[in-house]
Design a protein around this ligand. Structure first.
Ligand SMILES: *Cc1c(COP(=O)(O)O)cnc(C)c1O
Length: 581
């Protein structure tokens, strides 16, 4: 790195040796001071229940001492915690959190707002809207029409998608069922389930059913078994419900959602992956065709931007093209991108930072702006403390989960968010952490985007250096982002043997305090082509149904620094080799 190059983002992190500590302390102190003053001044005329005499009494002092002792005990125990702040931590999707995020989180924690309602979060609710606006702009949504909220994480954000997509489809099916029964005409559940809001409104206006009649036909607000019976009768074939199309690289949360929302795990249809572990668009076409012949509408198509296993980016753009063609033919399918990991990579788009990405990944990320809804996880690549996920829709009409007569709530009414969120009470701390990050580090290509590009560059550096240093390292695939997965195999070796070696090295790393890595196991069921390609690259023999990989996640911003690379890289190779013997 040239001596004079300023790495602005390094001011936003405490530093492995707490280098920014004294400045951080003064900001922390300022937050506390202002909070004290605010309380002292607000109702200054009220009597104090804590006069000096009481505060100096032996009983009082003993209580304080006990709190101090136990706090010290807690802090001592926490020093045994996994040290995730250091660049030596390349295990899971977490690293050093940023200073703006910590300060925003902490400052808000002191006021303890509950963003469930403006009644208890007058300021924090507005900050949440602004922070959602910043994230919307980052992924390319129009902040004026997008809507969303913070969740406890990506899992809940994915649930929010299923909840709303189901609500939307339930509106379509209820109306179509009522029409079919009235007209005595057969119901086509596949066509009805994808009618889209425009047609829904036109038909609703034309037929003028009452709220009551529509609610009776609903599987969500009435009895689902009764609704199923009626749909079966109207369509002339048993109703098996909608399906959820999820790529085989899916996160567990989708299976949980199918389960929790009563779709049944059978309704969770995995879409095959290609040899790079990304959703195969031809397989998606096939799955949609299969759903159509089975008379089962598609609740949502999920694509993933940044898979949990390997950071791969599905061809979101190709899927958008296919779904837009279907939409033009009157089949409106909800498209959700699970960008829990990769969403923040969108900050690179539109600037020089994006050139670090392959053209294909860039196009895929740029297409996120075309989809219906998105999951982001600020508590991953947003460098924000737990628990902070986010769910966003592009058009606020799809944020709805409300009455049939007025199927979406006016944005002004959304102030009372408890009606619109799966969770009830919600902390405002995550929203503030994102807000302060966006206001300072800024989600621009030359700022946050440059930092993201740095993580990808660090990952590539590591992959290269590791392969140069140890010939048995077998990279899974050229990674799309900042996660490097590899196995340890001799040329021509059986997969079962290399799995054994890789797993044993992982066990040794878990007992080694020097570095943290993670492990992932890919199964043939979802990753067949990828496993074959991986093993073929070193002439191995795929004699078993899964592949064990070591997984290194590059999030820590300081891996960009040459001195860190020079110090840690040889040491990592040494430890790896020690664990192989
Ligand atoms: C992490 C992750 C999730 C789940 O997020 P949580 O915050 O752990 O609930 C979902 N999808 C993907 C792709 C993820 O990486």
């Amino acid at each position: 790195m040239p001596q004079n190059e300023v790495r602005e983002e390094f001011a936003h992190f405490l530093g492995p040796g707490s280098e920014n500590g004294s400045w951080f302390r003064s900001e922390f102190q300022a937050v506390l001071d202002q909070w004290f003053d605010w309380r002292r001044d607000l109702f200054a005329e009220d009597p104090s229940p804590l006069p000096k005499g009481l505060r100096r009494s032996p009983g009082f002092l003993a209580e304080r001492e006990q709190i101090g002792q136990k706090l010290a005990e807690l802090c001592d125990r926490l020093t045994g915690e996994v040290p995730k702040y250091t660049p030596r931590y390349i295990g899971h999707m977490v690293s050093e959190v940023s200073i703006p995020a910590l300060l925003g989180h902490f400052a808000t924690l002191l006021h303890n707002p509950n963003n469930t309602s403006r009644d208890v979060a007058r300021v924090s609710g507005a900050i949440e809207d602004e922070a959602i606006g910043l994230l919307a702009a980052m992924i390319g949504f129009d902040p004026d029409t997008a809507q969303g909220h913070f969740t406890s994480g990506g899992t809940l954000a994915n649930f929010e998608c299923v909840w709303r997509a189901r609500y939307r489809m339930d509106h379509f099916l209820s109306l179509a069922l009522a029409i079919s029964e009235q007209a005595g005409e057969p119901l086509d559940p596949f066509a009805a389930g994808h009618m889209g809001w425009k047609r829904y409104h036109a038909l609703a206006a034309q037929y003028g059913f009452s709220e009551e009649e529509l609610r009776k036909a609903s599987a969500v607000v009435s009895n689902p078994f009764e609704a199923a019976e009626r749909i079966g009768k109207a369509s002339g074939q048993p109703w098996r419900g909608p399906v959820l199309l999820v790529p085989g690289n899916k996160h567990f949360s989708w299976l949980k959602a199918a389960n929790v929302f009563g779709l049944g795990e059978e309704a969770f249809w995995p879409v095959s992956l290609d040899a790079n572990g990304r959703l195969d668009p031809a397989a998606l076409d096939h799955a949609i065709g299969r759903a159509r012949s089975a008379g089962r509408p598609v609740l949502a198509v999920i694509t993933v931007a940044g898979t949990t296993e390997a950071g791969e980016i599905d061809p979101v753009d190709t899927v958008c093209d296919r779904l837009e063609a279907l939409r033009a033919a009157g089949i409106d399918v909800w498209h959700h991108v699970d960008a829990a990991w990769g969403g923040f990579l969108c900050s690179m788009l539109g600037g020089e930072a994006e050139t670090v990405l392959e053209g294909r990944s860039r196009t895929a990320l740029r297409a996120i702006r075309r989809v219906n809804s998105v999951t982001l996880d600020p508590h991953k690549l947003g460098y924000v403390p737990y628990a902070c996920g986010a769910f966003l829709v592009r058009d606020h009409e799809n944020y709805a989960n409300s009455l049939f007569a007025a199927p979406y709530i006016d944005r002004a009414l959304a102030n009372d968010r408890w009606m619109m969120t799966l969770e009830g009470s919600r902390s405002g701390a995550g929203a503030s952490a994102v807000w302060l990050t966006g206001q300072t580090l800024s989600f621009r290509p030359d700022r946050f985007g440059a930092m993201m590009a740095g993580t990808i560059d660090s990952c590539r550096f590591f992959a290269r250096a590791l392969q140069n240093g140890e010939p048995l390292v077998r990279p899974l695939i050229p990674t799309d982002s900042n996660i490097f997965c590899f196995s340890l195999a001799k040329p021509g070796e059986a997969l079962s043997v290399s799995n054994e070696r890789t797993a044993s090295v992982f066990r040794a790393f878990t007992a080694d305090p020097e570095f943290s890595v993670s492990k992932t196991v890919l199964s043939r069921e979802n990753y067949g082509e990828l496993i074959n390609a991986h093993v073929a690259r070193y002439g191995g023999e795929a004699d078993t149904d899964s592949t064990v990989l070591l997984r290194c996640v590059f999030m820590n911003p300081f891996w960009r620094e040459d001195s860190i690379r020079a110090a840690l890289m040889p040491r990592f190779i040494e430890r790896l080799q020690a664990h192989m013997n």
